[in-house]
Write a protein that binds this ligand. Structure first.
Ligand code: C5P
Length: 406
């Protein structure tokens, strides 16, 4: 989260400027205040109206605007921010930055600022590879300017090469790496998704978990700087950026992958692990005629409990072991019992009864139960929110406990 952090976003004139609109939206979603500056060339690609509507801020464009100078002024623009981001950063603006040229509002602010600067270069690959640009970027880096991208890919002219602006999600990660890194140096393990327990080579027992919550948690922890291993059962969710993802199918594979990921500082078990698996897996597809024998073929045995296993590890127990309790009734009472029986430190309890639409949906309502040796069990009620917001809140909560200790 970037709550209350201020980003001064300079949009210079490149076709990638359209992606800056998405960047504004993502920065706002993380709680940042975005103050935009649009260069004259940038205005050829995106309109001040779309920029200001998304930023919910006035767009600054003109160095010699009497009203702007009397209201805020370019020096305050340069200083009243936590970070300056230039996205897209054209070859032209990089050259001006390197040579201290200040011939418009954007370049004047860049020369006047004493805040960190992050640039996201975007240009044709020949322009990027040109010795002049490479020299400019190397110089800027040696002066402390940070860069994200450019990436390899298809360029606006239909050519393929290096020069594409980094995707907004990647720029957001870079912003968060500069501004908010409370989990830097902290190792995390997150489980997500369902598990598939095979009956025969074709069929399996599974559940409706989408993996949305677990994947969002892994991403949120990575955004705060944690070194995250995500162990996930089958899920259609995209792998979160900046996370190392291990794909598994069964509960036993998930447990093995989790043990392999140890030691970690904290573990969050958000996977909906199948409680049981068929005792034996048929080597060949069961035929219809064998259906009568199915009940016998489907003798179930209990799966290992990954959360409970992690919570009782002797030498490498994570400092914080966090589980979920998905219940359809008496949510808090069951969660309280689960906290004790599993030996974990926190439980996020949620109501998954059909009418809440939590399973597979985008929202969740959490009661956080924390166990403290001295003060007993504490309960926090979190408002109904998106799974993404819950993930961010949880990552911040963990950071408050572990970040300082790391
Ligand atoms: O017992 P129950 O399935 O309700 O517990 C839910 C919590 O335990 C979740 O955090 C889930 O990820 C974890 N769990 C596990 N391994 C299992 C079953 C549940 O890690 N076999």
């Amino acid at each position: 989260m970037l709550s209350n952090l201020r980003v001064l976003l300079i949009i210079s004139g490149g076709i990638a400027a359209y992606k800056s609109l998405e960047l504004i939206r993502s920065l706002k979603a993380e709680g940042a205040h975005v103050r935009p500056i649009l260069t004259k060339a940038g205005r050829e690609f995106v309109t001040p109206l779309s920029v200001s509507s998304l930023a919910r801020e006035k767009v600054h464009e003109d160095l010699f605007s009497l009203t702007d100078e009397s209201e805020i002024g370019h020096i305050r623009l340069a200083r009243e921010t936590d970070l300056v981001v230039v996205a897209p950063a054209t070859a032209d603006i990089l050259a001006k930055m390197n040579h201290g040229i200040a011939d418009d509002l954007a370049t004047t602010v860049l020369l006047a600022t004493d805040r960190p600067i992050l640039v996201a270069p975007a240009m044709n690959s020949r322009m990027w590879e040109n010795a002049a640009t490479q020299c400019n970027i190397a110089n800027l880096k040696s002066h402390g300017v940070m860069t994200v991208g450019p990436a390899l890919g298809e360029l606006a002219e239909g050519e393929f090469g290096i020069g594409r602006m980094a995707e907004p999600a990647e720029i957001l990660l870079a912003v968060e790496a500069v501004l908010g890194n409370p989990l830097s140096g902290v190792r995390a393990l997150v489980t997500s998704g369902p598990t598939y327990e095979p009956i025969d080579p074709i069929r399996y027992i599974a559940n409706r978990s989408s993996g949305k919550q677990g994947h969002a948690i892994a991403g949120a922890c990575a955004r705060l700087g944690a070194d995250v291993t995500l162990v996930t059962g089958p899920s259609t969710e995209a792998e979160p950026l900046g996370v190392s993802t291990v794909h598994v199918e069964t509960a036993r594979d998930m447990l093995r992958a989790c043990i392999d990921a140890l030691p970690v500082d904290f573990a969050i078990c958000a996977a909906a692990v199948s409680d049981w698996r068929p005792e034996s897996v048929h080597g060949q597809k069961l035929k219809k005629g064998q259906a009568a024998a199915l009940p016998a073929n489907l003798r179930l045995v209990e799966n290992p409990d990954i959360l409970a296993t992690l919570a009782v590890r002797e030498n490498d127990r994570p400092k914080l072991v966090i589980g979920f309790a998905a219940e359809t009734h008496d949510v808090v009472a069951y969660a309280r019992a689960k906290l004790a029986s599993k030996g974990c430190d926190w439980i996020l309890a949620n109501d998954v009864s059909a009418e809440t639409g939590t399973f597979g949906g985008d929202h969740n309502k959490i009661h956080l139960l924390t166990r403290d040796v001295e003060s007993g069990v504490g309960i926090e009620e979190w408002p109904q929110s998106s799974k993404r917001d819950i993930a961010a809140r949880l990552a911040e909560r963990v950071a408050r406990v572990l970040g300082a200790a790391a």
